[in-house]
Design a protein around this ligand. Structure first.
Ligand code: IZC
Ligand code: ZN
Length: 408
């Protein structure tokens, strides 16, 4: 006897396997019509015709609609205090993202609010947001620190992610991003700050096992490629998986460094060079692209098709954060992936499921609907995959199922 039967599925659309799909493989998506799926102990145990399905204690009718894997948001800055609406009008009048940061605003204004918040306040806020993300189809969430920028407040942020994982039905993957900005105490001394991160912050985070990945903001006026290399090499020694915010705004050697070091993922890549893309393709770096940020900063869109032509695996994520992407709805990023990256719906689905899962080391457990994987499933108010991607601006989720539990 199984626990949950999802019957009357019109189209079950999913990639296969536990590895990122590269380039042309991203279109390798199977569509199974008129079928059912069964769940036991949180995992998928059956996919096939309804007549052959095991008896289940609970039945959910998919009403002939589209079913996909639960969405994986592989890049968020989920845990933060305050918001940044006071910078919105400045931005509209032409203030640049990096100029706002340079003037002590931007990330640093969120650092101030995050330091001032208690762990409980941050937890309650992030929990509420995570539930809304689940209502929009997201079942696995990567969350970065980087609004503490000292030992106490980085640990506070990372502890929140640990509590979310323990408390909520969703999966969270934690990334340490102590090198997100140079805090006021180190103004003009980015080298000293990186030494502090390497020698004091990183070892504590490692010993407390509070993060799987280490990320750094490699950007003009933040951390250059040499400092980024220094931290990432140190993080590798401590066993962290490596991520880098590379060439988000300016081409400062981030993508070249990502390729040279063979990091796990490189994020943004809006201004990545041909050489950087070649190096990343050679070393199997996953590109984690964030189209909602290009939209919100009114910047160019990363060259996703070019990267796919070079046989890179491309993931797409929300970049949810209070500054450059105050929107956690991955469906919007999916629309943009089609319209601005020119991905097909199948490729874009791979980008937010199997490839996003691979980007955060979760592809063995989630990212596809296959026997043995977690039962992370979305039933959409859409008859087929094209419909899901062609509509936009409204939440199209009918049901979100995480580990077999119906959350919405
Ligand atoms: O809070 O502005 N790009 N980090 C690097 C961000 C955006 C988040 C923020
Ligand atoms: Zn980011």
């Amino acid at each position: 006897m199984a626990d949950l039967l999802i019957k009357n599925i019109g189209a079950l659309v999913s990639a296969k396997g536990s590895k990122a799909l590269k380039g042309a493989e991203m279109a390798n998506i199977d569509i199974l019509h008129d079928c059912a799926a069964a769940v036991k102990d949180g995992k998928i145990v059956f996919i096939g015709s309804e007549s052959a399905a095991p008896t289940c204690t609970e039945v959910l009718d998919a009403k002939g609609l589209l079913v996909t894997p639960g969405l994986v948001d592989a890049h968020t800055h989920l845990v933060f205090g305050g918001w940044r609406q006071h910078e919105f009008e400045l931005k509209l009048k032409g203030a640049a993202y990096l100029d706002i940061l340079k003037a002590g605003g931007g990330i640093l204004s969120t650092v101030e609010k995050t330091r001032a918040a208690t762990e409980n306040e941050l937890f309650e806020k992030a929990k509420k947001i995570s539930l809304q993300m689940a209502a929009h189809g997201t079942t696995t969430i990567e969350a970065k620190s980087g609004y503490g920028l000292n030992i106490e407040d980085e640990l506070k942020q990372l502890s929140v992610v640990k509590r979310l994982q323990a408390d909520m039905p969703l999966d969270f993957v934690s990334t340490f991003m102590g090198a997100h900005a140079v805090p006021g105490e180190y103004k003009g001394r980015s080298e000293d700050y990186i030494d502090f991160v390497c020698n004091e912050l990183l070892p504590v985070v490692a010993s407390k096992k509070l993060a799987d990945y280490c990320d750094i903001f490699c950007e003009t006026g933040v951390f250059d490629a040499a400092l980024s290399e220094k931290l990432l090499l140190k993080a590798r020694e401590y066993g962290f998986g490596l991520k880098i915010h590379a060439d988000e705004i300016n081409p400062v050697g981030g993508s070249e460094l990502a390729g040279r070091l063979g990091v796990h993922t490189a994020e943004h890549l809006i201004a990545a060079t041909d050489e950087g893309i070649d190096l990343m393709a050679d070393s199997g770096v996953i590109a984690c692209l964030l189209p909602a940020t290009s939209f919100y900063l009114d910047k160019p869109f990363a060259r996703a098709r070019y990267m796919m032509d070079k046989n890179m695996a491309v993931a797409v994520a929300s970049d949810f954060n209070p500054g450059s992407s105050p929107n956690f709805n991955l469906q919007f990023a999916m629309n943009l992936a089609c319209i601005r990256y020119k991905m097909t719906p199948k490729e874009a689905l791979s980008a937010v499921t199997i490839n996003a899962a691979a980007a955060i080391g979760m592809a063995g457990k989630v990212g596809t609907i296959e026997i043995g994987k977690k039962a992370d499933i979305v039933i959409w108010n859409a008859p087929d995959l094209d419909y899901l991607f062609y509509r936009y601006g409204n939440n199209q989720v009918m049901h979100t199922i995480k580990g077999g539990a119906v959350l919405r």
